[in-house]
Write a protein that binds this ligand. Structure first.
Ligand code: FES
Length: 105
């Protein structure tokens, strides 16, 4: 399933946007990041450690640091890079089509 989020230009480089994706009556928050490599990546918004929003985290290179306890996740793979989180984040495909962000989930 894909969802048009809106213009890619709405997320400046180094920032993120949280979107609520709905599928089969269930919804999930997904964080879309505009990484410093110029690409867009999407991860589950909720940290795999406790309840924190990764879209509120700090982005550096292709990593995001959780705002609560500072675990870092690779934006490209969802891999957790340091404790206290130890479970990888789910990733989603996001692409830019004619200047619009398309999220696949
Ligand atoms: S809630 Fe993210 S590291 Fe603890």
């Amino acid at each position: 399933m894909s969802y048009t989020v809106g213009p890619a230009a709405q997320i400046p480089e180094g920032e993120a946007l949280r979107v609520e994706a709905e599928q089969s009556g269930a919804s999930e928050d997904i964080a879309i990041f505009h990484a410093e490599d110029g690409n867009f990546y999407a991860l589950q918004d909720e940290c795999t450690h406790e309840v924190a929003s990764l879209s509120d985290g700090w982005i550096e290179d292709c990593e995001v640091e959780c705002p609560l306890h500072a675990s870092r996740f690779d934006l490209r793979t969802g891999k957790v890079l340091c404790l206290p989180a130890y479970v990888d984040a789910r990733t989603y495909k996001v692409e830019v089509v004619d200047g619009m962000l398309e999220l696949h989930f």
